[in-house]
Design a protein around this ligand. Structure first.
Ligand code: SAM
Length: 509
């Protein structure tokens, strides 16, 4: 729940990969004891290019691209041209690990930069394909036609040497850059857990009665579910949920948190005489070693717009490792909703204000403001449509891949007004004999998550019965760790006549 503004790329896989690339180059050079020609021949012999889509092994980059074109109808050079360095690496490793076909490959390529960072890690230990500079190839294939038109053809040995040199230079520069960024990355990653060491954040969460009482009521009113069960509390913070579970009849609870708040949690557990039932462990849930499986996994992982903070990834990893088959995840499902909003005054204050600030024009900032997803409380009287559920997650089966998605939505306008924004909110469901719903909609008592507002650049006049049809897309931000990019696109119509269109991207950072 803390606001995150850490700007950095995840380098977790970058360092090992670059080190691997460097070492591969350096070991070749240090091992070469013969003449330069021997070295080049040996090198040339060693190059093997395994096709991305079949078992074919080619002995040169040119043969590989020709094979790909002939057998798979894919021009590798133009396919990768314009794709970023990391996007190319991720796409190659994704394709190798998933054994996907050309069609899926083309789709993956479109969102190559948003692929998970785990695909920076080579699937093959010595994958020559990862060493190809497709931009350079595209460039040299255009200049090669010049050479055929009169310029002397270059010596292939010099070309090979040049390519090797460029690869080493590139790997070296990347390694230097990664080293510089690494200390930055470490500190920003730590920032997340450091922010949870602060009491004020925990006070805010504990004082959010809607949130905390939803968990408490579910546990205390469904003691049949918790009686004699073993529980894993992922991200225990102050240990509040663990203590609820212990009071609710659990046989034992293991509470894990990577923030220094665990030191206090341990003391809270002790002074409330629950040490015999609750064990508090400091560490990332992905890294701690637990020697057993649990009946129940409980966690309060929800961020702004539900998914900001990306803590659900950690819950999924803990579930897959430590929940016994058929075990329960609490809460057990969630839904995300969207609705249309009309708030002309709020719009005026946020945007038009900049047009005339004490007589000065500061409208320069307005385009940036339209890119922000704004976390704020929406007055229920400003909601002018029904609410459309666009993403439902079953916590017992959800996978990390489900946390990036595009979903259609449709809204019916109920109040004639000016459509200025859309609002996103979510609900968490605790199903049981006595079910509990934690609802963050504008119609309910506010929570610390408030709502997430997406303003329209061009507000649209709508009438009763106007129809909004569109898509909402959630993608993890590659620039800001734990952040998301939300895209909205669609149209508004009345009796099949188009009133307006929208296509905007917002940062939930
Ligand atoms: C939203 S707070 C919830 C705290 C507490 N469960 C409550 O309900 O008041 C999330 C907590 O999870 C912890 N956390 C997040 N990711 C974690 C991870 N991967 N491993 C361990 N702890 C994590 C944070 O440090 C933070 O204390």
């Amino acid at each position: 729940m803390p606001p995150m503004h850490s700007v950095s790329n995840d380098l977790t896989y970058k360092i090992p990969f670059l080190r691997w690339a460097m070492l591969a180059q350096l070991s070749h050079s240090s091992e070469s004891s013969g003449s330069e020609d021997d070295y080049l021949e040996e090198e040339a012999e060693e190059e093997r290019y395994l096709c991305l889509f079949c078992e074919m092994v080619l002995s040169s980059c040119t043969q590989l691209t020709e094979h790909s074109l002939k057998s798979h109808k894919l021009d590798l050079v133009s396919a990768f041209s314009g794709i970023s360095f990391y996007g190319t690496i991720k796409t190659i490793n994704y394709t190798r690990s998933s054994h996907c076909g050309v069609e899926e490959f083309r789709e993956v390529l479109k969102k190559s930069d948003t692929l998970e960072d785990k695909y920076l890690k080579p699937i093959l230990s010595d994958d020559s394909l990862l060493m190809i500079d497709f931009e350079e190839l595209a460039h040299s294939s255009s200049t090669q036609s010049c050479s055929k038109n009169g310029v002397q053809e270059s010596d292939p040995r010099i070309e090979l040497l040049q390519r090797k040199l460029e690869k080493i230079q590139q790997a070296y520069l990347e390694l230097l850059e990664s080293k510089n960024n690494f200390s930055e990355q470490k500190s920003t990653t730590d920032d997340y857990f450091e922010s949870y060491a602060d009491y004020s954040i925990h006070a805010e969460m504990l004082q959010d009665k809607v949130r905390t009482e939803a968990y408490r009521d579910y546990i205390y009113k469904n003691t049949n579910i918790f009686n004699n069960k073993t529980v894993l509390d992922v991200g225990c913070g102050t240990g509040i949920l663990s203590m609820f579970c212990a009071e609710g009849g659990a046989a034992s609870v293991v509470a894990v948190d990577n923030s220094k708040i665990v030191e206090k949690a341990r003391k809270f557990v002790k002074c409330n005489n629950l040490s015999d039932k609750v064990e508090v462990i400091e560490g990332k849930v992905e890294e701690v070693k637990l020697d057993r499986k649990f009946d129940i996994l409980i966690s309060e992982w929800m961020g702004y717009g539900l998914l900001f903070e990306c803590m659900l990834d950690s819950v999924i990893s803990a579930r897959d490792k430590y929940l016994r088959p058929g075990g329960l995840v609490v809460p057990n499902r969630t839904s995300m909703f969207i609705a249309a909003v009309s708030d002309e005054k709020g719009y005026e204050t946020r945007f038009n204000f900049w047009n005339n600030v004490y007589g000065f024009d500061m409208s320069e900032v307005i385009p940036d403001l339209f890119k922000e997803a704004v976390v704020k409380c929406v007055d229920k009287s400003h909601v002018i449509s029904d609410h459309c559920g666009f993403k439902h997650l079953d916590l017992s089966t959800v996978k990390t891949a489900d946390l990036e998605f595009s979903s259609p939505f449709q809204l019916q306008i109920g109040t004639p007004s000016k459509l200025t924004a859309f609002v996103i909110h979510f609900s968490c469901y605790f199903d049981g004999e006595v079910s509990v719903v934690l609802d963050t909609s504008p119609e309910c008592e506010p929570t610390h998550w408030l709502q997430t507002v997406l303003y329209l650049k061009s507000p649209v006049l709508v009438s009763e019965g106007s129809l909004v049809q569109g898509n909402v897309t959630f993608t993890k931000s590659s620039a800001v760790k734990r952040g998301y990019i939300i895209k909205l696109d669609g149209s508004i119509s009345q009796d099949n006549e188009e009133l307006g269109k929208f296509c905007q991207q917002y940062y939930l950072h």
